[in-house]
Design a protein around this ligand. Structure first.
Ligand code: ADP
Length: 273
């Protein structure tokens, strides 16, 4: 029987999947993406990882945001990653979250990465194939921003179990969510839901929530696409303070509880790819 073009596309997408290192046992892989930089994708990746770790899970973060890597700094991780003939060692945070980032491979962490797309995509793939992650319950991937070529290659080469889309109210939310949605559909990867970052600020005196970027239309878009809004995070000076200090693991929030529960519940019992 002839395959529909959609089925053919799905099968083709699976053909590019790379196996991880033979020494790794990684149970669930979750990609966090956004339409553009600066909306808080790395922040959400870090906070989800911190919360999962607090629940006792073994967690790693693959920093695929090669041109704007910020994960090591948020966790206060410095220096170069080592390795042996079997692969590269990730570095561990204060609370033992394993991290691999291009920043941990450069001579100077502040050196710019001026690489072309294929090299960037290849580096991300190697973070999957050549890093000795060991035994992990969850590996979060801080994706390169956007829905272009590089994220697409990452989608095709790493077997993802779920995707979380981070937006902010001033983002071109509708377009971004639709692009990410179509990309995930074509690859047959479930979208776990949407997280809106920098949704509002909360007045420290009266508790009123002020929507600095105006009213968000995320709920309408989510309804239209059949997706869940899993969290709305306020602009919180404590977040930027702690991440600048390399102490993001000290941050505590209940805003991401639904998101964490959804990850656990939806992926529980799902056979890994
Ligand atoms: P992206 O990964 O989307 O480029 P980041 O996660 O690096 O964005 O966030 C960009 C900046 O905004 C960082 O300096 C971060 O500390 C800050 N930031 C992100 N989310 C919040 C928030 N909810 N409240 C305060 N500052 C935030």
């Amino acid at each position: 029987m002839q395959q529909s073009s959609c089925e053919a596309q799905k099968n083709q997408a699976q053909d590019f999947l790379c196996p991880t290192n033979e020494y790794n046992d990684i149970r669930k892989v979750i990609a966090v993406l956004s339409g553009k930089g600066g909306v808080g994708k790395s922040m959400v990746t870090s906070l989800l990882s911190v919360m999962m770790r607090r629940k006792g899970f073994k967690v790693g973060i693959l920093d695929a945001d090669i041109t704007g890597p910020s994960i090591p700094k948020m966790f206060g991780i410095n220096g170069r990653a080592g390795g042996n003939e079997n692969g590269l060692f990730p570095k561990s945070s204060h609370n033992d979250i394993k991290v691999m980032s291009v920043n941990l491979l450069l001579d100077q962490a502040d050196a710019p990465v001026i690489w072309r797309g294929p090299l960037i995509a290849n580096t991300v793939k190697q973070f999957w194939t050549d890093v000795l992650w060991g035994d992990l319950d969850y590996l979060f991937i801080d994706m390169p921003p956007g829905t272009g070529d590089i994220p697409l290659t990452v989608f095709q080469s790493i077997p993802l179990d779920g995707i979380i889309i981070v937006t902010s109210p001033q983002d071109l939310v509708s377009l971004i969510v639709k692009k990410a949605y179509n990309m995930a559909k074509a690859m047959n990867i479930p979208i776990l839901g949407l997280v809106e970052n920098m949704s509002y600020i909360q007045c420290p005196d009266c508790g009123k929530q002020i929507e600095v970027f105006g009213k968000s239309n995320l709920d309408d878009i989510a309804r239209e696409m059949g997706l869940d809004v899993l969290a709305r995070l306020p602009i919180d000076p404590q977040i930027s303070f702690l991440s600048d200090q390399g102490e993001i693991e000290k941050y505590s929030t209940q805003h991401l509880d639904t998101c964490i529960n959804k990850i656990e519940n939806q992926l529980e019992g799902v056979e890994s790819k």
